[in-house]
Design a binder for this molecule. Structure first.
Ligand code: UT7
Length: 329
């Protein structure tokens, strides 16, 4: 029996027009372009401005453009998963709202929270519905309005994040392309280093939590950095080893964009030169769920059918993982 795989058949990104530069950040907190560039590789990031706009608005823009460019009618979509840590609301799921805004009427949809590894988790989850034949067309969205949970008086975090969204179309194929293998892991003990203190069931929102600034990203940079460097590189190296992929077999590494130094370390471990690493952190910063699809979108024209692409991510949870994709078009 022929094996059905889930092929990526379209990709689309969307970022809001407003650009927050390092220069503007210099006027907001005690930082410098030199510090931000040398420690993170980030020059600017896009920010969603305007009342009444949330993560779903960015996700819906990406989904609408994806459907248009791939000639997909919204009613053909059977599943939409949105990877996000900044949902429009606690409930309903942002995925439900994206479907409504994008005219998707026949899908079941839900959010998936694996922080910066969310896109990878969602991609693999959606691929299983395609592989079993229960869904013919699925969309995976990675979208975050990080500016809604960033404290712009805290220089340790406010320079890192940006807003953006990407959407990936998955369809079944009998060819030797698509999602070939994946590794996904998590370790909840890492939550002490990266989390949001209040607003969940453990510590509901109150005047006190707002006064204490507990509705923002809390990150201890150094321990997160150490884990990220090790785990992201481990996962990428392991997926290559167990599939007998040599560094010369890899067309592109697509790493989560949290810090240029973490990206470089992962590429070195895989033996992949920087010309084969998708890097756009300089212009977008860390958009959490958005980083990997924004890279694929920008490199789409360079990708060829059969290219081996390795996705790798690390994020809050901790969560991490890697996916081997054979490009399908
Ligand atoms: O995507 C989710 C996963 N997250 C990550 O992967 C992030 C991992 N962590 C990192 O990328 C890095 O740890 C950071 C970029 C967050 C920080 O870089 P670092 O090299 O680890 O710096 P540090 O936290 O050790 O801080 C070094 C110094 C400190 O000053 P002192 O104590 O040495 O005087 C900080 O206060 O840099 C200071 N600092 C800044 N200075 C200027 C911290 N942030 C800034 C800033 N501008 N924005």
């Amino acid at each position: 029996m022929t094996r059905i795989r889930a092929a990526i058949t379209g990709i689309q990104g969307w970022v809001p027009p407003y650009i927050l530069t390092n220069k503007e950040l210099e006027s907001m907190v005690d930082t410098s372009d030199e510090w931000i560039m040398s420690r993170t590789g980030i020059k600017e990031r896009h920010i969603l401005k305007g009342e009444g706009l949330g993560t779903s608005d960015m996700g819906a823009e990406a989904v609408k453009a994806l459907c248009e460019k791939t000639g997909t009618r919204p009613e053909e979509i059977g599943l939409l998963i949105c990877a996000t840590v900044t949902p429009d609301m606690v409930f309903p799921a942002t995925a439900n709202i994206i479907c409504d805004k994008a005219g998707i009427k026949n899908a079941f949809s839900y959010d998936l929270n694996a922080a910066c590894s969310g896109l990878i988790y969602a991609l693999v989850t959606a691929s299983k519905f395609i592989e079993t034949g229960s869904i013919k067309k699925a969309i995976v969205v990675g979208a975050d309005k990080m500016s809604s949970i960033v404290d712009y008086t805290n220089r340790e975090t406010c320079v890192l994040f940006g807003d953006g969204a990407g959407a990936i179309l998955l369809e079944p194929t009998e060819d030797e392309v698509g999602i070939m293998d994946s590794i996904m892991q998590s370790d909840g003990s890492g939550r002490v280093h990266l989390h949001m203190k209040a607003g969940g069931s453990l510590k509901p929102s109150s005047y006190e939590t707002i006064d204490a600034g507990e509705h923002f990203v809390y990150q201890e940079g150094q321990p997160v950095f150490k884990f990220a460097v090790t785990k992201m590189a481990d996962a990428a190296a392991e997926i290559m080893a167990r599939n007998n992929l040599k560094s010369e077999d890899v067309a592109y590494l697509v790493p989560h964009q949290a810090n240029l130094r973490i990206i470089d370390a992962t590429a070195r471990r895989m033996g992949v030169g920087t010309d084969r690493v998708m890097i756009n952190i300089e212009r977008y910063g860390n958009t959490t769920g958005g980083t990997i699809p924004l890279c694929l979108w920008e490199w789409e024209n360079k990708l060829k059918k059969g290219d081996n692409v390795i996705l790798a991510a690390f994020g809050g949870g901790f969560t991490w993982g890697s996916v081997w994709v054979k490009w399908a078009y």
